[in-house]
Design a protein around this ligand. Sequence first.
Ligand code: SAH
Length: 216
Amino acid sequence: MIQYLKARERMIREQLLPRGITDPLVLKAMQEVPRHIFVEDALQAQAYGDFPLPIGEGQTISQPYIVALMTEMLELQGEEKVLEIGTGCGYQTAVLAKICERVYSVERIKKLLARARINLDSARCFNTLCKMADGTMGWPEHGPYDAIIVTAGGPEVPTALLEQLAEPGIMVIPVGDRSGQQLIRVVKTNGTVNYQKRESVRFVSLIGAQGWKIEQ
Ligand code: SAH
């Protein structure tokens, strides 16, 4: 699997470093996680390319740079309990799992979740727990979370997620309309909630009680 190891090194050198990703923990995790095992066999050769790829059910695995950027924005140190909404194929979950203490991830499509669990086992990410549900309601049983990451785009920041964010805590979520969003970094600290607008992105839709109501 030496060619994939080299492909990961190149991905970091050509896609992440030139765009300003500097957090050593993020770079290490991106070097460690075998991204190719999270996509179907026919797409494995393209797994380290500078673009998203289809994962079935009309959903996508994000471009490597976006995964690195969103992870870096969470400013993880290693001890955190993190909630992810939108498990998809489990790649972002695995990157988080390499960095922090424990990752809870929620996915609404059963087929994707079943595959993600297999992928996460193959990548030896045993500090992850996934469930099928509407992630716009969060996962209250295990909260509050030191960090929350949403990997689908919604019309607003779901209040349930804001409530389940610890203080201090950081959430990263794409907010906008269905064709384009902006990454919002929500920082909860000292009794205040601060919203920072960051990069423009294009994610699949966040569908649920506090997201979009129907598939499109
Ligand atoms: N992080 C994923 C990205 C997958 S795309 C990866 O690396 O592969 C976004 C995912 O969010 C899709 O799988 C979609 O089904 C899921 N999703 C959309 N709305 C959701 C909701 N309300 N709750 C949970 N998952 C949701």
